[in-house]
Design a binder for this molecule. Structure first.
Ligand code: PXP
Length: 238
């Protein structure tokens, strides 16, 4: 049964729209845990557009489940991670103009830089995951780096609109996912997953964790955070 990581960035997005102190992502994290979240995920971006340093500090103190910090391969954020020691770091690409994380990390091109970052993080006992496209060559490079997990980008699967394209993208995910699993890597999936499209990928037999943010936060506005998480948890563990 896959675990559910709940990404609470967009609770902070609403707060930052007014630069005020509500809604508080720390509050959302507590409710997410009550709803059955297995991990809390936040992305501390270099531009601090949603999650702030204070959020990560407090989450580290109050989370009873695993805290997964998403971050770019950046000296500034690496320093923060080394100080804070979250349970897990997921390295992601980051571009200032993007609305959300667009593609996976190019592990082939940035191999040395990523290696240095991972060495530092693993050196203080942080479990490392790499957010990559569903591509066997990228998985292979991730394995060479000695990370514990990969998170395959499900954005193309989520955006596919025709049955043929959905099948094509699903097959890419499954193939890269099975390869990752066969290499001894934990297989996580995330990005663009919703209450409508999650079942199919949750059924890939070796999936360790699904990381879902926007759809849960959107549903939480209608039914409350705890219930929104519980509904997603039921779907992924059916
Ligand atoms: N996984 C990673 C690595 C991400 O960057 C994001 C978006 O911040 C997510 C999962 C969650 O994506 P969504 O908000 O579309 O569910």
């Amino acid at each position: 049964m896959p675990l559910l990581g709940v990404n609470i960035d967009h609770v902070a997005t609403v707060r930052q729209a007014r630069r005020t102190n509500e809604p508080d992502p720390v509050h959302a994290a507590v409710l997410a845990e009550l709803g059955g979240a297995d991990a809390i995920t936040v992305h501390l971006r270099e531009d601090r557009r949603h999650i702030q340093d204070r959020d990560v500090r407090l989450l580290k103190e109050i989370c009873r489940v695993r805290l997964n910090l998403e971050m770019a391969v950046s000296d500034e954020i690496t320093k923060i991670a080394l100080n804070l020691v979250p349970d897990q770091v997921t390295l992601v690409p980051e571009r200032r103009e993007e609305i959300t994380t667009e593609g996976g990390l190019d592990v082939k091109t940035h191999f040395q830089r990523i290696r240095q970052c991972i060495d530092q993080l693993q050196g203080v006992g942080i479990m490392c995951s790499l957010f990559i496209d569903p591509d066997v060559a990228q998985v292979e490079k991730a394995r060479e780096l000695g990370v514990e997990a990969v998170e395959l980008h499900t954005g193309c699967y989520a955006d596919a609109r025709t049955p043929e394209k959905i099948e094509y993208e699903f097959d890419r995910l499954r193939e890269a996912g099975l390869y990752a699993n066969a290499q001894g890597l934990k297989l996580n999936l995330g990005h663009g997953l919703t209450y409508r499209n999650v079942r199919r990928v949750a059924e890939i037999h070796c999936v360790h964790e699904l990381n879902i943010g926007h759809s849960i936060v959107a549903q939480a506005m209608m039914v409350g955070f705890e219930r929104a998480v519980r509904e997603m948890k039921q779907l992924v563990t059916l």
